[in-house]
Design a protein around this ligand. Structure first.
Ligand SMILES: NC(=O)c1ccc[n+]([C@@H]2O[C@H](COP(=O)([O-])OP(=O)(O)OC[C@H]3O[C@@H](n4cnc5c(N)ncnc54)[C@H](O)[C@@H]3O)[C@@H](O)[C@H]2O)c1
Length: 286
């Protein structure tokens, strides 16, 4: 490796190490996070547990979470829970309260996303996205609210997406659910502040996960789920109305809010171009 390449790699490593330092006030906080078996949710849960949080990690599939729980049994509770089932959601919150006595933070993160032209979609596919991405958040908040009210404090992070502001061709259902989360969260924040409960939006950048795989974007254009998970964990106690993991995402959101239609058109075009370049590229071994 040349001297300058070494310097660049060294500075990247130092930056990554710095971004892995987590605030001491996370110690002992009880955080419940949904959709935690993969992607951003998994790495956020892992970073939080590493920082000393007591993490209840919920998902419909929990094989990765069970391994995490084995490595940090005092700090991770892996719970199978489908956020479309009210009884399952209530039971999961009861288990967390029984184990740790309170719920300080809820991270509504579970999602499903379908990338398909509107005309090819079924009504059921829209209903499912709404059930998980919107009503799933509503169910979780209804279930944690009695605990947070009793405690006199609580922090609810609703994970949203820039697509909910700009729209995205081929993701009408997912974008609609994220748009719903925006208005829902801002309204709820106003209702819950009298109980000492903060409700805000979390906006991750474009991240390479199961959800974004169907977009066919080159990996270089997407952030790593692990990096984003650590950055979100770092801001876990942030009470701003909109939480972003980094400056670039904050800047993107400003542009998206100022020029939503143009940004949505640009994102859709760039994605279509990147996928067509990929398809017309050299054949790859299966
Ligand atoms: N990946 C991105 O580029 C991106 C960008 C902006 C916002 N987001 C948001 O970040 C969050 C996480 O996204 P991701 O890309 O890590 O997703 P992902 O697909 O990697 O993970 C989603 C998780 O939700 C779980 N899940 C699905 N249905 C569920 C249900 N009914 N009950 C419980 N769990 C269920 C899945 O099993 C999975 O583990 C989502 O809210 C998403 O909208 C992602």
């Amino acid at each position: 490796m040349s001297g300058s390449a070494e310097r660049v790699a060294g500075s990247r490593d130092r930056k990554a190490r710095r971004s892995r330092r987590l605030p001491a006030d996370l110690q002992g906080k009880v955080v419940l996070i949904t959709g935690a078996n993969s992607g951003i949710g998994y790495f956020t849960a892992k970073a939080l547990a590493t920082a000393g949080c007591l993490v209840a990690a919920l998902d419909i599939a929990i094989e990765n979470l069970q391994v995490l729980a084995q490595s940090m049994p005092e700090r991770v509770l892996a719970l199978r829970c489908d956020v479309t089932g009210e009884e399952q959601v209530t039971a999961a919150c009861e288990s967390v309260a029984a184990r740790w006595g309170r719920i300080d933070v809820l991270v509504n993160n579970a999602c499903v996303s379908l990338y398909q032209p509107f005309e090819q979609r079924t009504l059921e596919s829209f209903a499912h996205e709404i059930d998980v991405n919107y009503l799933g958040y509503v169910r979780m908040i209804r279930a944690v609210l009695p605990y947070m009210k009793r405690q006199g404090h609580g922090l609810i992070h609703n994970v949203s997406s820039g697509i909910g502001i700009t729209g995205f061709g081929g993701a009408s259902g997912y974008a609609a659910t994220k748009g719903a989360i925006e208005g829902f969260t801002r309204s709820l924040a106003l209702e819950l502040e009298k109980y000492g409960i903060v409700c805000n939006l979390v906006h991750p950048p474009l991240v390479n996960t199961v959800s974004t795989k169907p977009l066919g974007l080159p990996q270089e254009l997407m952030a790593k789920a692990e990096d984003v998970g650590w950055k979100i964990a770092k801001r876990m106690l942030c009470t701003r109305p909109v939480v972003t993991p980094d400056f670039r995402t904050a800047a993107f959101l400003i542009v998206a809010r100022m020029f939503p239609a143009a940004t949505g058109r640009l994102l859709t075009r760039m994605t279509a171009q990147a996928s067509s370049r990929r398809e017309s590229g050299p054949a790859r071994a299966p």
